[in-house]
Design a protein around this ligand. Structure first.
Ligand SMILES: Nc1ncnc2c1ncn2[C@@H]1O[C@H](COP(=O)(O)OP(=O)(O)OP(=O)(O)O)[C@@H](O)[C@H]1O
Ligand SMILES: [Mg+2]
Length: 250
């Protein structure tokens, strides 16, 4: 396993947001992280991505401890994330945002990729357009400021930023929330293709069960800060406790 999180606990005042949480992901694997509102999914992602420092626990990536590293250091190590809520109040264009994401790659490029350092800006733009913006159906708005775009397209831009970093560990917090089902399925398809191409490990927090079931290799269910179940998509769907806690069945 490349990512091994154990015993992760974080409190806010009296609220235990995440309690002794454990999760593992291998390269090339997409793990779905599901659970009711307030279960601690975003807080757990915030711990892994360096936004929060948990009170206890370890999060090892390829053997190195991630806890205590800043989000920017983690990004340079290949840990990229998207956000549940996208704000986008600035007037950068879609292509600018993708280039910002791509700049995180520089520190990791060596050997065969060294030539990339000398590539022209237009070659980078072409690559981002073909590899990332086209599949996310953003090529036609590449030169538009993102604040002019719909919410669904801004979510896609946030994903484009993370993908442009060519991550080795990709943390997605509700990537298809607020999207139409066509947009959501297209986005899930892009995530699968990127996983196939880069062989990255992916944790996908998501409520939309059709996307979770069709995209994830394995699913971890959280409730009240802890893992309550883990299994294949079909096993999760069939588990009576998950159905009761998460799907609201009696
Ligand atoms: N910065 C914070 N300060 C205080 N409480 C927080 C903070 N962040 C999270 N919490 C609390 O931690 C708990 C878990 O919240 P979190 O946002 O991680 O849930 P979630 O599983 O992502 O829910 P949702 O599906 O609604 O996004 C909640 O009780 C929330 O109020
Ligand atoms: Mg959340």
């Amino acid at each position: 396993m490349s990512l091994v999180a154990r015993e992760v606990t974080i409190r806010f005042g009296g609220v235990i947001a995440v309690e002794r949480m454990a999760l593992e992901v291998s390269p090339g694997e997409i793990v779905g992280l599901i659970g009711p509102n307030g279960a601690g999914k975003t807080t757990f992602i915030n711990c892994v991505s360096g936004t929060y420092r948990p009170h206890t626990g370890t999060v090892r990536w390829l053997g190195d401890e991630l806890l205590g590293l800043s989000p920017s250091t983690l990004l340079r190590k290949g840990v990229a994330r998207t956000f549940q809520n996208v704000a986008s109040l600035h007037d950068l264009t879609v292509l600018d945002i993708a280039k910002l994401g791509a700049s995180a790659r520089k520190d990791r490029q060596s050997g065969g990729h060294l030539l990339d350092f000398f590539r022209s800006d237009s070659a980078l733009e072409r690559e981002l357009l073909e590899q990332i913006l086209e599949p996310l159906e953003l090529a036609d708005v590449a030169h538009k400021p993102i604040q002019t775009l719909s919410y669904g397209r801004r979510k896609a831009v946030d994903l484009a930023r993370a993908l442009a970093a060519y991550p080795q560990l990709l943390l997605l917090d509700e990537p298809v929330a607020g999207l139409t089902s066509h947009e959501g399925m297209a986005m899930a398809g892009v995530v699968r293709n990127v996983r196939d191409r880069l062989g990255c490990a992916v944790i996908m927090v998501e409520h939309k069960m059709d996307v979770v079931m069709s995209t994830c290799d394995r699913i971890v269910v959280m409730a009240a800060g802890s893992k309550i179940f883990e299994g294949l998509p079909a096993e999760v769907q069939a588990d009576p406790e998950v159905r009761r806690v998460y799907l609201g069945e009696p």
